[in-house]
Design a protein around this ligand. Structure first.
Ligand SMILES: Cc1cc2nc3c(=O)[nH]c(=O)nc-3n(C[C@H](O)[C@H](O)[C@H](O)COP(=O)(O)OP(=O)(O)OC[C@H]3O[C@@H](n4cnc5c(N)ncnc54)[C@H](O)[C@@H]3O)c2cc1C
Length: 493
């Protein structure tokens, strides 16, 4: 039996392992943390669960083309999915409120109630959402030539809505509040293409996107459990120091405690930089890889969070809310005129009875936080200062919050780096040169000059998302089967 070692028990590593086991390989996963999931994680504080990942799970119901993937990975068995009635509510201090209802008819009448004068544009918007209902962008990733052919009927709408940003479209409304509120539809990304927003709205209305009750870690644990049921083995607290190579062929791994594990193939589902420059000493690169990793961004949107566990229920609030404030707020040297909130009440299972978790994302510079960490106590002091600022401001919006806060948790890019090994606590970013490469060839699925070695997950493809990570694991195992002359098979839990 061929032996494969996999580095990292994030969603990509787990999915790769599951499909490896289904296809008769002997696989083992080595994970530096004490739990599975990688970025797909949650953590507990005094009975509150703080979620670090899933806002939307693609493939949330049998209506989605991605659902069979999660079935094969054992994630769907008695899985309870919450389908939000409101994608996001945006409010301002003048009492205006825009709800992105996932019931499209309700959205239409809500928009018309706010602004009857925008009737034509509202009809145009609603029609566009309806046109996207049969389009599942995420399901097309990695599906190769056939997938591309299936995409053909969708090309006209992609061409039409791809170049228009949320902000561009918002500017077409006559109503001043909608003009201001519409760009907040997808968190803090006013410049994302309308195509993405329309896919989201269509996905939520068709129940293709949902939220797995229990949160991200519980979801990852389902896949880890299934992997073990298939006979796979996960070694936790097992950090890989280097990939062993002989004659430019990967032959195994060495852990930080010196243990060597030999294998027929090595797959890294871990961070790209530490794989290429740490575990392989930078020996297998080319000019594209060098250029990519020598220019990391210093910050990314929503890469830091203040999370609060509050002993109070705030009935009637949706899962996602944006507050456009009259007075700006300053967080870590940046000024914000709005606060995004993710809200989990006790019905979600994330807060004790009568309690609520509220998470506020902000954008953090890696070098700023790194500098603070290097000067000792300043890192902790800045976390405390930011959380105090957020609590004081939220108390104006959610009256009575301040004296009911039981848990304060601030995560920065350094937190993500420490727990998952991701370079500078970043998610994969678009390459400055050849950005189209991420859809086709990926960033680094293999490395130049190194045999029997593969990469999988966000750093291999250059795309984020847990469904993408899982698809890539399946796709990789399919190609390994092909090169070993085996017929690729799958089974459902
Ligand atoms: C705040 C946030 C919100 C998100 N929201 C969503 C969402 O709503 N929907 C969605 O689909 N996606 C979402 N994502 C994206 C998604 O979480 C990631 O794209 C996906 O989880 C990446 O999976 P991965 O397996 O490629 O990598 P990772 O999750 O990074 O897994 C890598 C694993 O390798 C391990 N590792 C690293 N180095 C070593 C080593 N030397 N030895 C052993 N093990 C090692 C790590 O501990 C980790 O477990 C979100 C991400 C973030 C940060």
């Amino acid at each position: 039996m061929k032996r494969i070692v996999i580095i990292g028990a994030g969603i990509a590593g787990l999915a790769t392992g599951c499909y490896g086991q289904m296809n008769g390989f002997e696989t083992e996963i080595f994970e530096m943390h004490d739990k599975p999931g990688g970025l797909c994680t949650s953590w507990k504080r005094k009975g509150y669960t703080i979620d670090g990942c899933i806002h939307h799970l693609a493939g949330a119901s049998p209506a989605s083309k991605l659902y069979p993937l999660w079935q094969e990975l054992g994630a769907t068995k008695s899985l309870d999915i919450t389908f939000d009635k409101i994608l996001r509510r945006t409010v301002d201090d003048d009492g205006n409120e825009l709800n992105f209802y996932t019931d499209i008819e309700r959205l239409r009448s809500h928009l018309l109630d706010i602004s009857p004068g925008d009737k034509d544009l509202v009809e145009h918007y609603i029609k566009a959402i309806q046109k996207f209902t049969r389009f599942e962008l995420l399901a097309a990733i990695g599906s190769g030539g056939l997938g591309m052919i299936r995409m053909l009927p969708h090309i006209p709408k992609i061409m039409k809505w791809g170049p228009v940003t949320l902000e561009d479209f918002a500017g077409r409304f006559r109503n001043p509040f909608i003009r201001k509120a519409f760009p907040t539809a997808q968190y803090d990304f006013p410049n994302i293409p309308m195509m993405i927003h329309l896919s989201f709205m269509a996905g939520c209305s068709g129940r293709l996107l949902g939220w797995p009750t229990g949160g991200s870690l519980e979801f990852a644990k389902r896949i880890a459990g299934h992997y073990e049921d298939l006979g796979g083995k996960i070694h936790y607290r097992s950090k890989v120091k280097r990939v062993i190579t002989e004659n430019d062929t990967a032959t195994g791994i060495e852990l930080t405690d010196g243990t060597a594990i030999m294998a027929d193939r090595v797959i890294s589902a871990a961070d790209g930089y530490s794989t290429i420059y740490g575990m392989l000493g930078g020996k297998y690169t080319d000019s594209f890889i060098e250029e990519y990793y020598s220019n990391p961004p210093d910050e990314q949107e929503m890469n830091a969070y203040v999370s609060l566990g509050i002993k109070k229920d705030f009935p009637g609030l949706p899962h996602a809310l944006t507050w456009i404030m009259t007075d700006k707020i300053e967080l870590a040297g940046r000024s914000y005129e709005k606060l995004d909130m993710e809200i989990f009440n006790s019905r979600t299972g994330m807060a004790p009875e009568g309690g609520t978790v509220v998470r506020v994302p902000f954008t953090a510079s890696y070098s700023y936080w790194k500098g603070l960490r290097e000067s000792g106590e300043k890192y902790k002091a800045e976390k405390e200062r930011i959380s105090e600022t957020v609590i004081n401001r939220l108390d104006l919006f959610l009256a009575g919050l301040k004296e009911k806060v039981e848990v304060v948790d601030v995560s920065t890019p350094l937190t993500v780096e420490r727990f998952t090994g991701n370079y500078h606590g970043m998610q994969v970013w678009m390459p400055a040169k050849k950005p189209g490469r991420t859809m086709g060839k990926g960033l680094t699925r293999t490395l130049p000059g190194l045999e029997k070695f593969h990469m999988v997950g966000q750093w291999a493809q250059g795309l984020i998302g847990i469904s993408t990570a899982a698809i890539l694991g399946k796709k990789l195992m399919k190609s390994i089967c092909k090169s070993e002359g085996r017929r690729f098979v799958t089974s459902s839990a």
